[in-house]
Design a protein around this ligand. Structure first.
Ligand SMILES: C[S@@+](CC[C@H](N)C(=O)[O-])C[C@H]1O[C@@H](n2cnc3c(N)ncnc32)[C@H](O)[C@@H]1O
Length: 274
Protein backbone atom coordinates (compact mmCIF):
# COMPACT_ATOMS: atom_id res chain seq x y z
CA UNK A 1 0.00 0.00 0.00
CA UNK A 2 2.73 2.44 1.03
CA UNK A 3 4.84 1.36 -1.94
CA UNK A 4 1.97 1.94 -4.36
CA UNK A 5 1.37 5.39 -2.91
CA UNK A 6 5.11 6.16 -3.21
CA UNK A 7 4.97 5.12 -6.86
CA UNK A 8 2.05 7.45 -7.42
CA UNK A 9 3.99 10.22 -5.68
CA UNK A 10 6.74 9.70 -8.29
CA UNK A 11 4.18 9.77 -11.12
CA UNK A 12 2.68 12.94 -9.72
CA UNK A 13 6.11 14.58 -9.60
CA UNK A 14 6.71 13.68 -13.23
CA UNK A 15 3.36 15.12 -14.25
CA UNK A 16 4.10 18.37 -12.40
CA UNK A 17 7.48 18.65 -14.13
CA UNK A 18 5.91 18.02 -17.53
CA UNK A 19 3.10 20.53 -17.08
CA UNK A 20 4.62 23.40 -15.10
CA UNK A 21 8.35 22.67 -15.31
CA UNK A 22 8.86 22.44 -11.53
CA UNK A 23 11.62 19.87 -10.98
CA UNK A 24 10.34 18.12 -7.84
CA UNK A 25 13.53 16.01 -7.54
CA UNK A 26 15.41 19.16 -6.53
CA UNK A 27 13.14 19.85 -3.54
CA UNK A 28 13.26 18.11 -0.17
CA UNK A 29 10.73 15.25 -0.22
CA UNK A 30 9.19 16.11 3.16
CA UNK A 31 8.66 19.69 2.06
CA UNK A 32 6.95 18.59 -1.17
CA UNK A 33 4.73 16.11 0.62
CA UNK A 34 3.69 18.69 3.22
CA UNK A 35 2.81 21.23 0.54
CA UNK A 36 0.98 18.66 -1.63
CA UNK A 37 -1.02 17.57 1.41
CA UNK A 38 -2.33 21.14 1.84
CA UNK A 39 -3.75 21.14 -1.67
CA UNK A 40 -4.97 17.53 -1.45
CA UNK A 41 -6.92 18.38 1.71
CA UNK A 42 -8.43 21.44 0.05
CA UNK A 43 -9.58 19.35 -2.93
CA UNK A 44 -10.66 16.42 -0.72
CA UNK A 45 -8.31 13.94 -2.41
CA UNK A 46 -6.99 11.21 -0.10
CA UNK A 47 -4.23 9.67 -2.26
CA UNK A 48 -1.61 10.88 -4.74
CA UNK A 49 -3.34 8.84 -7.43
CA UNK A 50 -6.67 10.58 -6.86
CA UNK A 51 -4.99 13.95 -6.92
CA UNK A 52 -3.13 13.09 -10.15
CA UNK A 53 -6.47 12.22 -11.74
CA UNK A 54 -7.87 15.59 -10.67
CA UNK A 55 -4.91 17.38 -12.28
CA UNK A 56 -5.47 15.47 -15.51
CA UNK A 57 -9.21 16.24 -15.51
CA UNK A 58 -8.87 19.88 -14.48
CA UNK A 59 -5.60 21.40 -15.73
CA UNK A 60 -6.49 24.72 -14.03
CA UNK A 61 -5.67 22.94 -10.75
CA UNK A 62 -1.95 23.20 -11.68
CA UNK A 63 -2.10 26.94 -10.99
CA UNK A 64 -3.37 26.34 -7.43
CA UNK A 65 -0.84 23.59 -6.90
CA UNK A 66 2.07 25.78 -8.03
CA UNK A 67 0.79 28.42 -5.65
CA UNK A 68 0.98 25.92 -2.78
CA UNK A 69 4.34 24.42 -3.77
CA UNK A 70 6.08 27.78 -3.95
CA UNK A 71 5.65 29.52 -0.61
CA UNK A 72 5.49 33.21 -1.48
CA UNK A 73 5.39 34.73 2.00
CA UNK A 74 7.55 37.83 2.26
CA UNK A 75 7.48 41.40 3.56
CA UNK A 76 9.38 44.65 3.26
CA UNK A 77 12.55 44.80 5.36
CA UNK A 78 11.97 41.19 6.39
CA UNK A 79 14.41 40.72 9.30
CA UNK A 80 15.25 44.46 9.54
CA UNK A 81 18.69 43.74 11.09
CA UNK A 82 19.93 42.24 7.83
CA UNK A 83 19.24 45.56 6.09
CA UNK A 84 20.93 47.48 8.92
CA UNK A 85 23.99 45.26 8.58
CA UNK A 86 24.06 45.52 4.78
CA UNK A 87 23.99 49.32 5.14
CA UNK A 88 26.88 49.16 7.56
CA UNK A 89 29.03 46.53 5.83
CA UNK A 90 28.30 46.94 2.12
CA UNK A 91 27.34 50.55 1.39
CA UNK A 92 30.61 52.33 2.38
CA UNK A 93 32.65 50.43 -0.26
CA UNK A 94 29.93 50.86 -2.87
CA UNK A 95 29.99 54.67 -2.61
CA UNK A 96 33.19 54.62 -4.69
CA UNK A 97 31.83 52.31 -7.39
CA UNK A 98 30.46 53.42 -10.77
CA UNK A 99 27.56 51.01 -11.20
CA UNK A 100 26.21 48.18 -9.08
CA UNK A 101 24.40 45.09 -10.29
CA UNK A 102 22.24 43.23 -7.78
CA UNK A 103 20.30 39.96 -8.14
CA UNK A 104 17.37 39.11 -5.88
CA UNK A 105 16.82 35.38 -6.52
CA UNK A 106 13.42 34.03 -5.40
CA UNK A 107 11.98 37.53 -5.06
CA UNK A 108 8.32 36.50 -4.44
CA UNK A 109 5.98 39.52 -4.75
CA UNK A 110 8.88 41.97 -4.94
CA UNK A 111 9.16 43.03 -1.30
CA UNK A 112 12.84 41.98 -1.14
CA UNK A 113 14.16 43.73 -4.29
CA UNK A 114 12.11 46.85 -3.50
CA UNK A 115 13.58 46.86 0.03
CA UNK A 116 17.11 46.63 -1.39
CA UNK A 117 16.22 49.43 -3.82
CA UNK A 118 15.09 51.66 -0.93
CA UNK A 119 18.29 50.90 0.97
CA UNK A 120 20.41 51.84 -2.08
CA UNK A 121 18.42 54.94 -2.98
CA UNK A 122 18.60 56.21 0.57
CA UNK A 123 22.22 55.22 1.24
CA UNK A 124 23.84 56.01 -2.09
CA UNK A 125 21.65 58.81 -3.51
CA UNK A 126 23.49 59.89 -6.68
CA UNK A 127 26.92 58.63 -5.60
CA UNK A 128 26.65 55.41 -7.56
CA UNK A 129 24.29 54.04 -10.21
CA UNK A 130 22.64 50.64 -9.69
CA UNK A 131 20.24 48.15 -11.22
CA UNK A 132 18.40 45.16 -9.77
CA UNK A 133 17.46 41.90 -11.46
CA UNK A 134 14.67 40.18 -9.51
CA UNK A 135 13.69 36.62 -10.43
CA UNK A 136 11.23 33.95 -9.37
CA UNK A 137 9.84 30.69 -10.76
CA UNK A 138 6.22 31.73 -10.20
CA UNK A 139 4.71 33.95 -12.93
CA UNK A 140 1.82 35.04 -10.67
CA UNK A 141 4.10 36.61 -8.04
CA UNK A 142 6.14 38.40 -10.71
CA UNK A 143 2.96 39.95 -12.07
CA UNK A 144 2.07 41.23 -8.62
CA UNK A 145 5.67 42.46 -8.09
CA UNK A 146 5.50 44.49 -11.31
CA UNK A 147 2.17 45.95 -10.18
CA UNK A 148 3.78 46.96 -6.88
CA UNK A 149 0.66 47.29 -4.70
CA UNK A 150 0.67 45.89 -1.16
CA UNK A 151 -1.52 45.41 1.90
CA UNK A 152 -0.46 46.99 5.17
CA UNK A 153 0.64 43.59 6.52
CA UNK A 154 3.53 43.53 3.99
CA UNK A 155 4.81 46.84 5.34
CA UNK A 156 4.76 45.92 9.03
CA UNK A 157 8.56 45.81 9.45
CA UNK A 158 9.37 48.66 7.05
CA UNK A 159 10.83 51.78 8.76
CA UNK A 160 8.20 54.57 8.73
CA UNK A 161 10.46 57.05 6.94
CA UNK A 162 10.85 54.63 4.00
CA UNK A 163 7.13 54.01 3.87
CA UNK A 164 6.47 57.77 3.72
CA UNK A 165 9.12 58.31 1.10
CA UNK A 166 8.53 55.46 -1.33
CA UNK A 167 4.79 54.62 -1.16
CA UNK A 168 1.51 56.31 -1.84
CA UNK A 169 -1.77 55.08 -0.42
CA UNK A 170 -4.45 54.52 -3.05
CA UNK A 171 -7.51 52.27 -3.30
CA UNK A 172 -6.89 50.85 0.19
CA UNK A 173 -3.42 49.60 -0.78
CA UNK A 174 0.14 50.87 -0.60
CA UNK A 175 1.57 51.51 -4.07
CA UNK A 176 5.30 51.66 -4.59
CA UNK A 177 6.46 54.79 -6.42
CA UNK A 178 7.60 54.64 -10.04
CA UNK A 179 11.08 55.94 -9.23
CA UNK A 180 11.82 52.52 -7.65
CA UNK A 181 9.70 50.39 -9.96
CA UNK A 182 11.59 51.46 -13.04
CA UNK A 183 14.94 50.40 -11.52
CA UNK A 184 13.97 46.72 -11.15
CA UNK A 185 13.84 44.14 -13.93
CA UNK A 186 11.47 41.30 -12.91
CA UNK A 187 12.14 38.09 -14.83
CA UNK A 188 10.95 34.52 -14.63
CA UNK A 189 13.81 32.17 -13.67
CA UNK A 190 14.06 28.70 -12.20
CA UNK A 191 16.98 28.22 -9.80
CA UNK A 192 17.08 24.51 -10.65
CA UNK A 193 17.93 25.42 -14.27
CA UNK A 194 20.43 27.72 -16.03
CA UNK A 195 21.18 30.90 -14.08
CA UNK A 196 21.42 34.48 -15.37
CA UNK A 197 24.83 35.69 -16.45
CA UNK A 198 26.94 37.57 -13.89
CA UNK A 199 28.62 39.68 -12.77
CA UNK A 200 26.81 40.81 -9.64
CA UNK A 201 27.95 42.91 -6.69
CA UNK A 202 25.31 41.31 -4.48
CA UNK A 203 23.24 38.14 -4.76
CA UNK A 204 20.47 38.10 -2.21
CA UNK A 205 18.76 34.72 -2.06
CA UNK A 206 16.75 34.43 1.13
CA UNK A 207 14.31 31.76 2.29
CA UNK A 208 14.40 29.80 -0.97
CA UNK A 209 17.34 27.41 -0.64
CA UNK A 210 15.91 25.77 2.49
CA UNK A 211 13.40 23.95 0.26
CA UNK A 212 16.11 22.48 -1.98
CA UNK A 213 18.07 19.23 -1.56
CA UNK A 214 21.64 19.78 -0.23
CA UNK A 215 23.22 18.83 -3.61
CA UNK A 216 21.38 21.65 -5.37
CA UNK A 217 22.17 24.10 -2.56
CA UNK A 218 25.86 23.30 -2.90
CA UNK A 219 25.75 23.65 -6.69
CA UNK A 220 24.04 27.03 -6.35
CA UNK A 221 26.66 28.29 -3.89
CA UNK A 222 29.34 27.47 -6.48
CA UNK A 223 27.31 29.03 -9.32
CA UNK A 224 26.68 32.17 -7.25
CA UNK A 225 30.43 32.41 -6.57
CA UNK A 226 31.11 32.41 -10.31
CA UNK A 227 28.49 35.09 -10.86
CA UNK A 228 29.80 37.47 -8.21
CA UNK A 229 32.30 40.18 -9.00
CA UNK A 230 35.53 40.16 -6.98
CA UNK A 231 34.49 41.51 -3.55
CA UNK A 232 30.85 40.60 -4.30
CA UNK A 233 28.47 39.66 -1.47
CA UNK A 234 26.01 36.83 -0.87
CA UNK A 235 23.11 37.21 1.57
CA UNK A 236 21.05 34.22 2.70
CA UNK A 237 18.00 33.76 4.92
CA UNK A 238 18.38 33.47 8.68
CA UNK A 239 17.93 29.69 8.69
CA UNK A 240 20.13 29.04 5.66
CA UNK A 241 23.82 28.33 5.67
CA UNK A 242 26.69 27.34 3.40
CA UNK A 243 27.07 23.58 3.21
CA UNK A 244 30.23 21.49 2.96
CA UNK A 245 33.27 22.46 0.93
CA UNK A 246 31.71 25.61 -0.52
CA UNK A 247 32.28 27.34 2.82
CA UNK A 248 35.84 27.84 1.53
CA UNK A 249 34.55 30.15 -1.21
CA UNK A 250 33.26 32.89 1.06
CA UNK A 251 34.29 34.97 4.07
CA UNK A 252 31.63 35.06 6.75
CA UNK A 253 30.97 38.76 7.48
CA UNK A 254 27.95 38.46 9.76
CA UNK A 255 27.07 35.06 11.15
CA UNK A 256 23.65 36.08 12.48
CA UNK A 257 22.47 37.86 9.38
CA UNK A 258 24.10 35.39 6.97
CA UNK A 259 26.16 37.95 5.06
CA UNK A 260 29.11 36.51 3.10
CA UNK A 261 31.82 38.00 0.93
CA UNK A 262 33.39 36.27 -2.06
CA UNK A 263 36.98 35.19 -1.42
CA UNK A 264 39.71 35.94 -3.93
CA UNK A 265 40.58 33.10 -6.30
CA UNK A 266 44.19 33.10 -4.99
CA UNK A 267 42.98 32.36 -1.43
CA UNK A 268 41.97 28.86 -0.22
CA UNK A 269 38.89 29.28 -2.48
CA UNK A 270 41.24 28.44 -5.34
CA UNK A 271 41.75 24.92 -3.96
CA UNK A 272 38.13 24.13 -4.81
CA UNK A 273 37.48 23.13 -8.39
CA UNK A 274 34.48 25.12 -9.59
C1 LIG B 1 9.42 32.31 0.94
S1 LIG B 1 9.62 33.14 -0.59
C2 LIG B 1 11.04 34.14 -0.24
C3 LIG B 1 10.86 35.56 -0.70
C4 LIG B 1 12.00 36.50 -0.30
N1 LIG B 1 13.26 36.06 -0.84
C5 LIG B 1 12.08 36.63 1.20
O1 LIG B 1 13.01 36.12 1.82
O2 LIG B 1 11.18 37.25 1.77
C6 LIG B 1 10.30 31.85 -1.62
C7 LIG B 1 10.23 32.18 -3.13
O3 LIG B 1 11.06 31.24 -3.83
C8 LIG B 1 10.43 30.95 -5.06
N2 LIG B 1 10.94 29.69 -5.60
C9 LIG B 1 10.66 28.42 -5.20
N3 LIG B 1 11.29 27.53 -5.99
C10 LIG B 1 11.99 28.26 -6.90
C11 LIG B 1 12.85 27.91 -7.98
N4 LIG B 1 13.08 26.63 -8.30
N5 LIG B 1 13.41 28.90 -8.70
C12 LIG B 1 13.17 30.21 -8.39
N6 LIG B 1 12.36 30.60 -7.39
C13 LIG B 1 11.78 29.64 -6.64
C14 LIG B 1 8.95 30.90 -4.71
O4 LIG B 1 8.13 31.06 -5.85
C15 LIG B 1 8.84 32.04 -3.69
O5 LIG B 1 8.41 33.22 -4.30
Amino acid sequence: MILADERHFGDLCQLIFKQVGLDCKQYKVNYLKRRLAVRMRATKKGTYQEYEELLKDKPEEFKWLLDRLTINVSNFYRDPMVYEQMEKLLLPGWRKQRKLRIWSAGCANGEEPYSVAMMLQKGLATLCDWEILATDIDPAVLESARLGKYDKESLKTLPAELKDRYFKFCDERWAIKNELKKRIDFQIQDLTGPLPNGAFDLIICRNVLIYFIPELQERLFRDFYQRLRPDGYLVLGKTETLLGEVRKLYHMLDVRERIYKKKAADSDAGSLSI
